[in-house]
Design a protein. Structure first.
Length: 128
């Protein structure tokens, strides 16, 4: 029996879907040392998930870094609305069939007070 083809990379998929919401590239999953110079910044991270033979259900954390809470909340809410308006078909990264909000955007304290950090968790569905 032949191996099944891979599912779309969820990092690439969300990066392509969210790229126009910020002036910097969507990063993930690691932050780089001088990321604050590039704020506002969106980071996507796979934090778990499941799959069957047809559909992959990755859990994705989507983080927002900006200089103010208002800016962070506005960007985080734009991301939530974008992901909830599924389905999405990207030019190169695949298809997002469905998205469920597991944890809506909330603020997490950041050591540097000039950085505001909000995170949210989504369960997305993608097909091969």
């Amino acid at each position: 029996m032949a191996d099944l083809p891979p599912w779309p990379d969820p990092h690439d998929l969300l990066a392509e879907l969210l790229a126009d919401l910020t002036v910097t590239d969507v990063v993930g999953p690691l932050l780089y040392a001088e990321f604050q110079d590039d704020m506002p910044l969106i980071r996507v991270r796979k934090v778990g998930g499941t799959n069957d033979k047809i559909t992959d259900f990755p859990r994705m954390a989507v983080d927002v870094y900006t200089a103010t809470y208002a800016e962070s909340y506005e960007l985080a809410e734009a991301i939530r609305q974008r992901l909830m308006s599924y389905p999405h078909i990207t030019a190169s990264a695949g298809r997002l069939d469905r998205c469920e909000v597991e944890t809506s955007p909330y603020e997490v304290p950041w050591p540097d007070p000039s950085t505001r950090y909000l995170t949210a968790t989504y369960r997305i569905s993608t097909r091969r």
